[in-house]
Ligand binder design. Structure first.
Ligand code: MEV
Length: 323
């Protein structure tokens, strides 16, 4: 095959971010925003990566030359380069590769853009040589994400590969959660971009300095997650909303909220959200709010926009990786 194409969805973490890094469970959903990657074999002995996320560059015998994005380009592209190298090594191939990344996912807001681009890159390149195996794609994507964020729990790559709504833990893997009624989720953006690696490192510092407190917060986070696993399938949206807000209180305590996120949460709750919290790494990023109905989510989205923030409504994506 001369053209390989794959797309993978972004995600929201409903419950358990950060604590999941230490073996706690988390609940994640993939959402209706995707990253698409097109891959070609080339006769040049280099790997060229172009993207519409502000970075492009080429790698030849381990030297990097930025084409777009200046000094930030390498940090953005290194995981994708690693993903391509892993596929070539696993397939025992030595060809040059060019990939183009097209993103509909805002970058650096905790919506899993980095995981989705790794998953789609692995799958697009792998499909040049045969039929990609989802589990293997996921494992290789997790490895390449670890280039920038070495303690990654792997949760983001899992949800981006397999899609839907899942309960995940590092040890037990993932189980699908069936939801009786669709979840109406509104996303509000603080506009403040973050580095997941830096935030995970700051939580580690907090944990190392406050071991007893952290253990207690992790226990409460686990309990919230278990209650949500029971409440989501039975359609108890008010309960799920309450649990989201309880989870947010824990995230505030470990220092990953942000004044703009707190402002957005306030706006969402006053506009009738059943509950809201940051999603993903935090430190700015995005906030999710659960609405009782689609009409309510439109109302919440309008209030967010009226206060000058960006907002969009999403649905759960059940397809995951598409090759
Ligand atoms: C980032 O989307 C989620 C974190 O829990 C990190 C991870 O799970 O690797 C903050």
């Amino acid at each position: 095959m001369t053209l390989g194409k794959a797309s993978a969805p972004a995600k929201v973490i409903l419950f358990g971010e950060h604590f999941v890094v230490y073996g706690n469970p988390a609940i994640l959903a993939s959402i209706s925003r995707r990253i698409t990657v097109a891959a070609h074999m080339t006769s040049e002995s280099k790997i060229v990566i172009d993207s519409d996320i502000g970075a492009a560059g080429e790698y030849s015998s381990s030297a990097f030359k930025p084409i777009k994005g200046g000094k930030n380009a390498k940090e953005i592209l290194d995981p994708l380069h690693n993903a391509i190298e892993q596929v070539l090594a696993a397939r025992n191939e030595k060809t040059g590769i060019k990939v183009d990344v097209f993103s509909k996912v805002p970058h650096g807001l905790g919506l899993g853009s980095s995981a989705a681009s790794c998953v789609a890159t692995v799958a697009a390149v792998d499909s040049l040589f045969g039929k990609p195996d989802r589990q293997k794609v996921c494992e290789q994507a997790i490895e390449s994400e670890r280039i920038v964020h070495k303690n990654s729990s792997g949760a983001d790559c899992y949800i981006s590969t397999f899609g839907g709504l899942i309960h995940y833990s590092k040890l037990a893997g993932f189980t699908k959660i069936e939801s009786k009624s669709p979840l109406s989720i509104v996303i509000g953006s603080t506009g403040v971009r973050h580095s997941t690696g830096d935030l995970v490192a700051s939580v580690k510092k907090f944990k190392d300095r406050n071991e007893v407190l952290f253990d207690d917060l992790a226990k409460r986070a686990r309990d919230i997650c278990m209650q949500a696993v029971a409440a989501i399938p039975s359609g108890k949206k008010e309960k799920v909303g309450e649990l989201l807000s309880e989870n947010q209180a824990l995230l505030r305590q470990i220092g990953v909220s942000h004044e703009k996120a707190d402002d957005l949460i306030d706006i969402c709750n006053k506009a009738g959200a059943l509950g809201s919290k940051i999603t993903g790494a935090g430190g700015g990023g995005a906030v999710i709010a659960l609405a009782a109905t689609k009409q309510d989510s439109a109302k919440i989205g309008a209030k967010i926009k009226a206060q000058g923030y960006e907002s969009f409504e999403v649905e759960i994506d059940f397809k995951g990786l598409v090759v």
